[in-house]
Design a protein around this ligand. Structure first.
Ligand code: APR
Length: 236
């Protein structure tokens, strides 16, 4: 089967009702990034950061995957699919995608403040106890923190994501402004022979590059159109 790699961002979950970051009314208009999404912000005021992610986590059970998530999952019938997402929600998994790499962490998980990327410290938060409180401890006795990659922290999955991007036969980018590195740099690993489809209702800086075949639609409508196109490719 051809290797299909799909890089997704907040726009993938917009139609599920989860706010994007940089659209008008986005999360970064309501909160200061430096206060809630940086390691310095967490060290300065852990309560504020823990509350910010508790609020976002509480929203998750109230939303569901959109048609776009479902169509991404359905492509696993025709291709060897890897989803590389910048999103921390679990909507790709809930839609049925079985091979998802989360570059920026996962909202449903928590970890140690001392060694956040040590697998022995990472836990799945139970549905009946979604909030993290000051005083909750990780296995190593440090304060339990969100399993989120904040600005200023390493992105442990980026090397694997780059290797997978370099092997793609088809590359799809959905719902990301490609503003944030190193995630945005993944498109530079895509081989010249590999077509890159972009699904986004707006132009993003990269659309100027001839490499992108821009489907200027939302995630769900765009995935309907792309699925029709890709099914033809899968059959040849
Ligand atoms: N369908 C598809 N794309 C959409 C939709 C939609 N319905 N609505 C908006 N978009 C597009 C916007 O046009 C924009 O290009 O989704 C993109 C959202 O961009 P951002 O808000 O910047 O989100 P993202 O690119 O995922 O941000 C990357 O920044 O703050 C950090 O860690 C955070 O993972 C996040 C990273």
């Amino acid at each position: 089967m051809k290797k299909l790699v799909i890089l997704t961002g907040a726009g993938m979950s917009a139609e599920s009702g989860i706010s994007t970051f940089r659209d008008s009314g986005g999360l970064w208009e309501q909160h200061r990034v430096e206060d809630v999404a940086t390691i310095e912000g967490y060290v300065r005021n852990p309560q504020l950061v823990i509350d910010f992610y508790n609020e976002r986590r509480r929203q998750l059970p109230t939303v569901r995957p959109c048609r776009g998530h479902e169509l991404v999952a359905a492509l696993e019938q025709y291709f060897d699919v890897t989803v590389i997402t910048q999103n921390v929600d679990d909507l790709h998994e809930r839609a049925g995608s079985t091979n998802v790499i989360h570059l920026h962490g996962e909202l449903m998980k928590a970890t140690s403040s001392r060694q956040p990327n040590d697998p022995s410290q990472i836990i799945m938060l139970p549905a009946d106890r979604l909030d993290i409180h000051m005083g909750d401890l990780a296995a190593d006795g440090s304060q339990l923190r969100p399993f989120i990659v904040w600005f200023g922290e390493a992105v442990p999955e980026i090397e694997r994501a780059a290797e997978i991007s370099a092997e793609a036969d088809i590359y799809v980018v959905i719902g990301t402004s490609l503003n944030v590195y190193p995630a945005a740099g993944l498109v530079q690993f895509v081989p010249d022979r590999t077509p890159i489809y972009l699904i986004d209702p707006k132009d993003v800086p990269w659309t100027a590059s001839h490499r992108f075949r821009h489907i200027k639609k939302g995630a769900s409508e765009g995935m309907e159109e792309l699925t029709r196109m890709l099914k033809l490719i899968a059959e040849d």
